[in-house]
Design a protein around this ligand. Structure first.
Ligand code: AMP
Ligand code: GLY
Length: 419
């Protein structure tokens, strides 16, 4: 079977690495891919916003499954265009991808289906936001831009002055959809569940580190490292999150005639009264996908095909190694601001010979040399019988790599290590 994978990050390198292990794979195409993905796939230049061009490529290359890695093409309706052309797709349609594309959509669905989440108000202008704040909320209050914001659209304001500052930014261009939320207290964990719109298959848990600095300080990033599983999400809490949050979401979307097909990534807050939904993503996390793929023991292509064809109920459980996996992101100096491009990267083979798997995120081949071409550059990933062993193996990998322009956090997994 020929497969087309869309995307170019560390998440897609991990998916390509795992898809390449499938016995039923013939040719894997990746668009645009990256030098790491090129070890497993034929990389092609395709503009994912040009749906007609993607359909034409699929037809011309006998592609039987398209795997959409990032959120933007999902929210843009590429899944709809491919399905309309009779192509199997891993990833939801535009309507169901609103779970990630619009925070207001998700909050309204939670209210309707009685799903535990933070109390909220949707507003459309600064005047409405100020009125809602005065009437309903205490501090801290969480202020969110409604659309896709790559993790940068959330402000936790602890005072009226901080809220006013957030409003200055969010309403700088005039009226805009914004969600105000009650602040939830607890530890965050991520739960992944595959669904074909009806059946659910739990697909592992993880915790990531969103802040750029050690001790979880400094600006938010896409994620500086992650580990799986997340023991804080016990089997009992996971079962509760599925029963109270994920299952009612899947059911509500199906009843609306817009079933969700793909992977649901639930960002949970584990509060004193149980798991509550912080947000949904309509795709795998990056770098959470890297640790999930290292642990997943099954045939990813067969599983994705079962999701795409609505046959997930036949599939049984997903098997994961008992090992703990950790990934440490190596970013280019300047990230999450303007990352320095072009820094030479050497020693990936040395890191891999030592047992790590190095997934490439923002890299480019410049002649013979691999160089940095993005904020997050590498995700150095390793497993071990416990979190300490996984951590040691991942950092051994990091230390084998020579990338003078790069930096990483040295404390990935600190919460779990402290426990
Ligand atoms: P989001 O983009 O909705 O995932 O928000 C980004 C981050 O902001 C989350 O990972 C949380 O750390 C934090 N956050 C979002 N909503 C809340 C909330 N209601 N209470 C506490 N923290 C939140
Ligand atoms: N690592 C967070 C995300 O993928 O959204």
């Amino acid at each position: 079977m020929n497969v087309l994978l869309l995307g170019s990050g560390g998440r897609e390198h991990a998916l390509a690495w795992k898809l390449a292990q499938s016995p039923s794979l013939d040719t894997l195409y990746a668009a645009p891919g990256n030098p790491g993905i090129a070890a497993h796939a034929t990389c092609v230049a395709l503009d994912a916003t040009d749906h007609g061009a993607v359909v034409e490529f699929v037809r011309g290359h006998a592609v039987e499954l398209v795997v959409i890695g990032p959120e933007a093409p999902l929210v843009d309706g590429l899944g709809d265009s491919l399905r309309a052309a009779g192509v199997r797709v891993f990833g939801p349609d535009k309507a169901a991808a609103q779970l990630e594309g619009s925070k207001g959509f998700t909050k309204d669905l939670c209210r309707r289906a009685d799903i535990p989440t933070a109390g909220y108000v949707r507003v459309a202008s600064r005047a409405e936001a100020e009125a809602a704040l005065a009437g309903t909320f205490s501090y801290p209050v969480v202020i969110k831009a409604d659309g896709l914001a790559a993790g940068k659209g959330v402000v936790i304001a602890t005072s009226e002055a901080e809220a006013a500052g957030a409003f200055d930014a969010m309403f700088a261009g005039g009226d805009a959809p914004v969600v105000l939320e009650e602040f939830l207290d607890g530890e965050e964990a991520s739960l992944f569940v595959l669904t074909d719109g009806t059946a659910l298959l739990p697909f592992g848990s993880a915790q990531d580190h969103k802040r750029v600095g050690e001790g979880d300080t400094g600006p938010n990033t896409g994620g500086m490292g992650a580990y799986s599983p997340a023991p804080v999400l016990t089997a009992a809490l996971e079962a509760r999150a599925i029963a109270e949050i994920v299952a009612p979401t899947v059911k509500a979307l199906a009843e609306d005639g817009t079933p969700f097909s793909g992977v649901l990534y639930a960002g949970l807050m584990l509060t004193a009264t149980g798991p509550k939904l912080i947000e949904y993503n309509a795709r795998f996390g990056d770098p959470e996908c890297q640790v999930l793929m290292l642990r997943f023991q099954g045939d990813l292509l067969a599983l994705m095909l079962a999701v795409a064809e609505g046959r997930l109920a036949e599939f049984g459980d997903a098997h994961f190694a008992d090992d703990v996996a950790m990934t440490v992101v190596v970013a280019a100096a300047g990230y999450p601001g303007t990352p320095r491009a072009g820094g030479a990267i050497r020693g990936i083979d040395r890191a891999e010979a030592g047992g790590a798997v190095v997934f490439q995120a923002g890299t480019r081949q410049a002649g013979e040399t691999l160089v940095a071409a993005g904020g997050r550059v590498l995700a150095v990933t390793a497993g071990g019988p416990d979190i300490r062993a996984a951590r040691d193996a991942a950092y051994r990998g990091v230390d084998a790599i020579d990338f003078a322009d790069g930096f990483c956090r040295r404390d990935i997994g600190w919460r779990e290590l402290a426990r």
